[in-house]
Design a protein around this ligand. Structure first.
Ligand code: SF4
Length: 206
């Protein structure tokens, strides 16, 4: 299944995107509440999570990112597409300390409201409960350790949040019949989110 064929389906997928927006609001609330208890403030740092090569993205998040991208001007879309292509080639030659996400502009996310789940939850220590495995405990990021490394763990269970996203992804795939395997970085997603607007824009530029 070729994702490019589904470029123009964002409106049709809107009910699912709205459900995802509600899940994201809940994630943000849970994250903010726990980060607030620690007194942790994500201010941007050298070891930015926006340089991390995350692949933890779902198909519904791909379409959500797409809807955010389409809200930008066509000139910005073309620029981001070009930066994403550049980031993809940089990753081949300089895996460390990582390549900045093409959406990061001077420390700020250009599609903050549309950023994927992992961008929302990364940073503070967390736990995950898998029915067949023992409890997994994840560490805080580099900046968290600097600011709050000496503090006791405050429970932040990602399990129900992951479960809600997994349930939505499942019903989205069932309803749409989309079965594509997702293993893409944000930069890789952005390179295939080249909309028809961009095509027209590039044609105009000659
Ligand atoms: S989508 Fe935004 S928050 Fe996520 S890595 Fe890219 S710039 Fe950072």
């Amino acid at each position: 299944m070729d994702l490019k064929k589904h470029r123009n389906q964002t409106v049709k997928y809107e009910p699912y995107l709205n459900r995802l927006a509600a899940i994201f609001r809940k994630m943000d609330e849970c994250y903010d509440e726990t980060a607030g208890k620690y007194g942790f403030v994500c201010t941007g740092c050298e070891d930015s999570c926006c340089r991390t090569r995350f692949y933890h993205h779902t198909l519904i998040e791909y379409f959500y990112l797409k809807s955010g991208l389409e809200s930008l001007s066509s000139a910005d879309q073309v620029m981001i597409h070009s930066m994403a292509l550049d980031a993809n080639s940089q990753w081949k030659t300089q895996p460390a300390p990582g390549v900045m996400c093409p959406l990061n502009e001077a420390g700020r996310c250009r599609l903050y409201a549309h950023r994927p789940m992992i961008c929302r939850l990364h940073g503070i220590p967390h736990e995950l409960h898998h029915p067949q495995k023992s409890r997994y405990k994840g560490q805080g990021c580099h900046e968290f350790v600097i600011q709050c490394g000496g503090k006791s763990y405050i429970s932040f269970d990602r399990t129900p949040l992951y479960q809600e996203l997994a349930d939505l992804e499942k019903s989205f795939r069932q309803e749409t019949g989309l079965s594509v395997k997702m293993k893409m970085t944000i930069a890789e997603m952005l390179t295939i989110l080249q909309t028809s607007i961009i095509c027209v824009f590039l044609m105009l530029l000659g």
